[in-house]
Design a protein around this ligand. Structure first.
Ligand SMILES: *[C@@H]1O[C@H](CO)[C@@H](O)[C@H](O)[C@H]1NC(C)=O
Ligand SMILES: *[C@@H]1O[C@H](CO)[C@@H](O)[C@H](O)[C@H]1NC(C)=O
Ligand SMILES: *[C@@H]1O[C@H](CO)[C@@H](O)[C@H](O)[C@H]1NC(C)=O
Ligand SMILES: *[C@@H]1O[C@H](CO)[C@@H](O)[C@H](O)[C@H]1NC(C)=O
Ligand SMILES: *[C@@H]1O[C@H](CO)[C@@H](O)[C@H](O)[C@H]1NC(C)=O
Length: 433
């Protein structure tokens, strides 16, 4: 039964590969938003500011009364403070408060509160109002407060925080819809909302903001990934993992080819076929869409991901041939295609399997260990399967190395493991002690 099915499939696919001549496809698309790079500096060039002063002698302090007032209010609301931050919040020099950091405010040229670090402080209390607190820190640039019980609604006017460029609110108690007003903070380069219980859809504007890091994994976000704007994001690292996103990975992802390095779609409910435009992402080192309900073949364009180190498409419903070009990518360290319905694998990919750099268990590959049963494969292929834009699966938007070139296949133990940055975001921040 099953050798027969596979013979037919294999014949069909090889003839498809032979006759479906690779086309380059359309040229790389660009974001519909133009951005200035490098980012303009906060301090106009040529301006001389006063030298930074010591914390115990900071000189006049920017917004002193307002900051002292809101800090005392927050202090009253904090009923649990195991690491003893609030007992240091006394006197009128906020530069000496635990978790508060001062620097020269560029446009005021005096000392001000530039940064808050409450990460891992584990503050508790019935209502720790993040928005009310931060709105009263007018000169703040960095606000890190992971692993606390901050909550509440974010209102308009956060854009008045003219220097705010890093916001880490991961692992707090935020809930309800995406806090759209945060997107008004137009200097944000780092946005981390992971491990809250936000829900509903994400605003399309999220992918228009000018940020390097966008971590929104492990919430309850649902709905589609906004197709019109997704690829406008200039973020280097994006984690959408562990939400309830549905629908396809937007083809506009290809617009992010100048910037996108790591993108984590894993553990959502994404469906549909992969857009060939993924193959434009020449800077991408990590692409992980495991544990969704994605289907279709792997587009031939993925052989153009010349920076790729880690690819994980496990636990989906992909089928067809594993593109040989994928297994010729120079920096590939670990490709995981387990638990899909792949039926064909070529000589180069077989070498990667032997080198333990390609994982294919749980598929429909004849002659391989730990595959699905013939009945499971037959049941899957008994339904007609196809993808929209079928011709695009043959697009190869780059020049591939010649198949005749010998590629030496190094075993995984002999390679330097890559050090991706985004996977760490999938772990709940642990309060440090
Ligand atoms: C900032 O203050 C310092 C010393 O107080 C002064 O030398 C400098 O010119 C000031 N810079 C501006 C831009 O006002
Ligand atoms: C902070 O949140 C945790 C988890 O929801 C909860 O168990 C704890 O009681 C809260 N602490 C305070 C003091 O509110
Ligand atoms: C403190 O708690 C009060 C009462 O719940 C609330 O109205 C206020 O917004 C809170 N302020 C801060 C800074 O947490
Ligand atoms: C989102 O969460 C809020 C607060 O928990 C809840 O009231 C609301 O019904 C939820 N909305 C959706 C779309 O699930
Ligand atoms: C490759 O990736 C898979 C899936 O994340 C993981 O289970 C495996 O340990 C990885 N192998 C290596 C050598 O990193």
């Amino acid at each position: 039964m099953w050798p027969k099915i596979f013979t037919i499939l294999v014949v069909l696919q090889s003839s498809f590969l032979l006759h479906g001549l690779a086309q380059t496809g359309p040229p790389r698309p660009n974001p519909t938003i133009t951005r200035i790079r490098p980012r303009p500096s906060l301090i106009p060039p040529g301006i001389k500011l006063m030298p930074r002063r010591p914390n115990n002698d900071p000189g006049p302090l920017a917004n002193r009364a307002r900051i002292l007032f809101i800090t005392q209010e927050l202090k009253r609301n904090i009923t649990y403070d195991p690491l003893g931050y609030t007992k240091t919040w006394v006197g009128d020099n906020y530069c000496l408060f635990k978790g508060f950091f001062c620097d020269v405010v560029p446009d005021l040229n005096i000392t001000g509160l530039s940064s808050i670090d409450f990460s891992g402080a584990r503050f508790g209390g019935p209502f720790l109002n993040f928005y009310r607190f931060i709105r009263n820190l007018p000169d703040i640039a960095i606000f890190h407060a992971n692993s606390n019980n901050f909550t509440g609604v974010v209102n308009r006017n956060i854009n008045k925080l003219r220097f705010l460029y890093e916001l880490d609110l991961s692992n707090n108690k935020f809930l309800g819809g995406f806090p759209g007003y945060v997107l008004g903070a137009n200097k944000l380069a780092f946005l981390d909302f992971r491990f809250n219980t936000y829900n509903g859809s994400v605003p399309y504007r999220l992918f228009n903001i000018d940020t390097d890091v966008l971590f929104i994994n492990n919430n309850g976000f649902a709905g589609r990934i906004p197709q019109a704007t997704f690829g406008n994001t200039p973020a280097l690292y994006i984690t959408l993992a562990g939400n309830k996103f549905t629908g396809p990975i937007p083809p506009t992802i290809g617009r992010a080819w100048r910037t996108l390095r790591e993108v984590l779609f894993l553990r959502n409910r994404l469906s549909g076929c992969l857009p060939f435009e993924i193959g434009y992402l020449v800077k991408a080192t990590v692409f992980d869409a495991n544990s969704n309900i994605l289907t279709g073949p792997i587009p031939q364009s993925l052989g153009c991901l010349f920076s790729l180190e880690i690819l994980n498409l496990a636990n989906n419903q992909f089928y067809g041939a594993i593109p040989e070009s994928l297994c010729r990518l120079p920096d590939v360290y670990n490709i995981t295609l387990s638990n899909n319905y792949f039926t064909q694998i070529g000589p180069q990919c077989r070498k990667l399997v032997t080198a333990q750099r390609l994982h294919v268990q749980g598929n429909c590959l004849p002659g391989f260990r730990l595959q699905k049963t013939a009945a499971q494969c037959a049941a899957f292929f008994s339904k007609p399967r196809s993808c929209p834009r079928a011709n695009t699966f043959n697009y190869v938007p780059c020049t591939l190395p010649s198949a005749a070139d010998k590629v030496v296949v190094t075993s995984v133990e002999d390679m330097v493991p890559p050090s991706p940055r985004s996977y760490a975001a999938l772990e709940r921040p642990h309060p440090h002690h």
